[in-house]
Design a protein around this ligand. Sequence first.
Ligand SMILES: NC(=O)c1ccc[n+]([C@@H]2O[C@H](COP(=O)([O-])OP(=O)(O)OC[C@H]3O[C@@H](n4cnc5c(N)ncnc54)[C@H](O)[C@@H]3O)[C@@H](O)[C@H]2O)c1
Length: 333
Amino acid sequence: MADIKVGILGAGGIAKLHTSILKRDPRVEIIGVADIDEGRSASLANEAGNAKPVKTLEELFELGVEAVYVTLPNTLHVDSVLKCLENNVNVFSEKPMATSSIDAAKIKEAASKSKGIYNLGMNQRYAYVFKKVKDVIASGEFTPFLANIKLNRGELLNPSWTANPQVTGGFLNETPIHLLDLSRYLFGEAQTVKCEGRQNISETEMDTFAIMLTYESGIISNLVTYAHAGWSFPFESMEVYGKYSTITTHEFDRVMYSPGLHQPAQVSEFFQVGVDHKWGYVEENRLYIDAILNGTQPLVTAEDGYLTTRLVEAVYESAKTREVIDFRQTLSK
Ligand SMILES: NC(=O)c1ccc[n+]([C@@H]2O[C@H](COP(=O)([O-])OP(=O)(O)OC[C@H]3O[C@@H](n4cnc5c(N)ncnc54)[C@H](O)[C@@H]3O)[C@@H](O)[C@H]2O)c1
């Protein structure tokens, strides 16, 4: 008999991945899968084992789910997450938390009152390469001063809604939001935000961004992100510079820490490890189930989701106005 009855809301690509991980956790039983597309809910319910395919969140509640994974397209997260929290049901929301800070604030408020535990799906925090960056900084032996970050998306073709900013909330709410969350996680809260943005290929939105952040810690970072690069590699990398020292990541496959002049670099290679582990999804799910069972907060809280949403908004604001945004002052409003 498993400890937690889980329902999945949205039976698409990422739901398939979470399902494949959750079904290997003996503490979890997936009892329902909901999707407006009956073929998809039936197929994933079948993959999950003994789950019932249904159409709505309300039907998942009727089945008696204790935790719901909200894996719908971006702008559909908020209503379902709020319903879960209002019903004291644990909820794992895929990113983004919300596509406006007004909605993010509603979730933050609801999470603070609910008995249900909220977790935001920022899996990259658990990726092996970024855990190494975090550990080296946290150990105190490496003090970062500057970071150069790149995140390119190959296309906005699959799923097709990713090209529609009415559904994504804007390209930055697609994969780039992971790097903004990671930046906060690794370097602390932002102090100022400056962005140059352009609309080059997309017919509907900005798709080209150079984002410069300064942090309360004194660190500076530059994040370059572009929506239509094609899948040439590396599409994601981070270089962090300290005193005669650097730490660099290459996709989720390789991290190199060069601790000082004339010293051997420490290289870890993960290219042989499965995506479910090296992109952080296995640990993300395990720790979320731990948090539910222990009644503790997971690593990525509603407060994190709220602050990252505010940061995304500040980047868009700077791209639009071409002004430097005083982020700390913006937060106090
Ligand atoms: N953390 C990550 O690495 C990661 C990776 C991919 C996607 N995501 C996020 O996960 C979410 C889902 O992305 P995806 O790629 O799986 O999308 P997808 O299009 O493959 O799946 C979404 C599913 O939701 C269903 N759906 C849409 N509206 C619905 C409704 N009103 N009620 C019930 N079902 C509905 C669709 O039929 C589809 O099966 C997005 O928010 C995306 O940003 C996160």
